[in-house]
Design a protein around this ligand. Sequence first.
Ligand code: SF4
Length: 473
Amino acid sequence: MQKIFLKTYGCTLNQSDSDLIEAMLDGGGHEFVKSADDADTIIVNTCAVKETTENKILWYLKDLESKGKKVIVAGCLTTANLPAVKKASPKAIAYVGPNSVGKIPLILENDIHGRNFGSENGNLDHENLSNSNNWHLNNNGNSLAIQSNQPNSSMPSNSPILELKDDFASKFDLTKKYGQSIFARIQTSSGCMSNCTFCATKIARGKFKSKPPSLILNEARLAIKSRAKEIQLASQDNGCYGYDLQTSIPKLLPQLNDLDGRFRIRVGMANPQHFLKNIDEWLEAFRLPKVYKFLHLPIQSGSNRILKLMNRGYTIDQAIDVAKEFRKKFPDMTLETDVIVGFPGETEAEFEQSLDVCSQLGFEVVNFAKYSKRPGTKAAKMVQIDTLIKKKRSEIINTHVKQIALSQNQKLIGNEYDVLITEEGKNGYMQGRAQNYRPVLIKKLKPDGSNWGIGEFAHARIADASVTSLIAK
Ligand code: SF4
């Protein structure tokens, strides 16, 4: 039995991978501890989306290495930039790509028993090796790299590598444990269908593959039966869910909505181009009572020239049309987006176009990021924008989107909502989510003198608003 500390960086999908790691090791009798100091082994589930995040992770790995800690490095950075990870953590037990998390229990087991990877009794499992061409062993006793052999994976040729062909099915089959949290992060797919020129995630997670609806429904049923009140459908792009299975999110949502129980469904990010051919089906599905009136529609830029350089696959007018159709159907919905500022070649005027689109569509949430070069991406080879200009633009958009969020929230004063209580707030308040996924602060004390609990639904009238939330009476 090992004491494990699990550190997770990045998006809902990576959080969901960590849920899988936790369930597998918990099932194996290991104990999760709250700090790296108390741990025998530390699993760092990395993210490759931004340079600043990468630098933070590499610094953390170096620190663990200097303390002689046992480390398994997992997640997108192991595939997007393995050389940097190995430099920061040369003595890691293993480097595990995002699609191979299912192998972590075996890696840990073998490390605990000082066995060579891949065999139960210390001898190589030739039987397994000979039957499938999954394994090409180059075992020289150093730490092992386990990684999907995606065509553009950046593996240096001289490192001791054990390459594992991705086995989505096995990852999709992995079940999580539910019961602790009211949130259930359910992966709907792996990889991505797009090839954005700035993106390291595509390099890390590879080609797109949908999870069969039956597995998603099973997982949701299990989660709701335990304690889940919010199903979060996680993916790099929910817009293309089901392309390879003749299904789609609009077809999946009615089945999820029909499951017994009082819960909500949050559809994670989906790119604009995937709504164009069947927008009516999407709008119909979002009308379902358990579906949050919330859409995360990453636009990335308001300029068509920049969208082309990004290889995003839609025009800004198409993205605007999608957002407007949703807003027309659900006037008080929450629209979230992602915007990159300072993409190579972005002019002042093109930056202004991004600001204009944010105002025009009234995005309540804008995740903006300064463009940062990612290894192995096309945009990294383009002429870069000066860091000071990126910094200035990021300050401008920060103020701009806060003003939009405040005015959008103020429009909802006087409205009434059924709020799912999701966490403890400050100053005698609880925090929750209304049907439109807007955060709502509610006084902890109920009219009957007891306190609201996490997972309960409270009916609330909105009395005030701030940049980040609504405040109930
Ligand atoms: S849609 Fe683009 S940015 Fe998003 S994961 Fe796919 S390739 Fe990366």
